[in-house]
Design a protein around this ligand. Sequence first.
Ligand code: HSE
Length: 437
Amino acid sequence: MTPVRIGVLGLGTVGGGTVNVLKRNAEEIARRAGRGIVVSRAAARSLDRERICSTEGIALTTDPAEIVRDPDLEVVVELIGGADPARGLVLEAVERGKHVVTANKALIAMHGNAIFEAAHARGVMVAFEAAVAGGIPIIKALREGLAGNRIEWLAGIINGTSNFILTEMRERGAAFDDVLGEAQRLGYAEADPTFDVEGIDAAHKLAILAAIAFGMPLDFGRVYTEGITRVTPEDVGYAEQLGYRIKHLGIARRTETGVEMRVHPTLVPERELIANVNGVMNAVLVKGDAVGRTLYNGPGAGAEPTASAVVADLVDVVRTLTTDPNNRVPHLAFQPDALAPVPVVSIKEAETAFYLKMLASDRPGVLAEIATIFGEAGISIEAVVQPEPPRGAAQAKLVMLTHRVRERQVNEAVARIEALPVIEGSVTCIRMEHLDG
Ligand code: HSE
């Protein structure tokens, strides 16, 4: 059989990795897919840049539209990143009857509903395994392997750059900016690294995971998003003393009133496997009603790990090229007409435990005053630590862990505590999850 000819948009880190994996493993890939897969055209911003892959046998252009419009190509692989111009290119490819494989989480999170609708109408696939958690086949696991379950919640380390930075802060006491620079040099960070450290990249990925887990349309705009820029080495250290690690988690959870979708730094018990996922590695913990908790772990970024997911999608697409479109795995796991919007629980109504740190006057009665406020707010304290202040200091740090509580209650209590004359500055609040239920 003749090989499937594909066009690649973007020959950077992931594009280069994809070309290399397709070439190196060509024989095994063809044995799996039933046909060879050949990159015959590629679009790159500049034609004379140094690359991680050879471009021998690939016709290069700087105009991605040429590839999208090339009638000889059956599949377009979009690796440009960012919502635009990717959206227009993908929609045009779909309109022209081409299948699309993309690693673009921003595109899928923000425009996936329209793209999947267009693809469904045209009978083509838009595959996006590489958009979430790099090389971990989490989309496949949720969409197929766990299809018998009612998914109750999932929690994931889904931004490798943030995990890399938090790991280096804990292990080396490294400064935030130095570590970020290293992540950029290694090709992990987004073009705009604020997407990583402000949690936007993780929010894109969480929106995708939640839609697939719960059978709801993509709803990126309603993901509560907080990054790691305010996490300090001091908090990382106190958390460790209490038996916890601070991880940047994306959490999606069914509740009686709707779905929680939130991305934020989170204390997790250090005995949990996910707490020990370090560096650029990602991990997603999924709780299904039938299977219980399952954990998926692997590299979340980088050239070949991401290429691994892109190529797996290509194999899936090639295997089902001749299949009746209605018999393919639906884009968002549930049949398009069975997707149902679900109310999203506001962060104030979300329920978590908390790590709280404050600076208080070191004199009798202060702790009692604070404890009274928590008691009146209905907040139960699980642990209190007062690290020994420097000799002669008039103030002391207080670190507290709460039991699970509605966030609104904590906000009200913290506002009252911050107003006490014995408290200096603001109270640091970091959410905490035990991930066991
Ligand atoms: N910037 C992303 C990360 C790359 O750090 O995880 C993979 O999506």
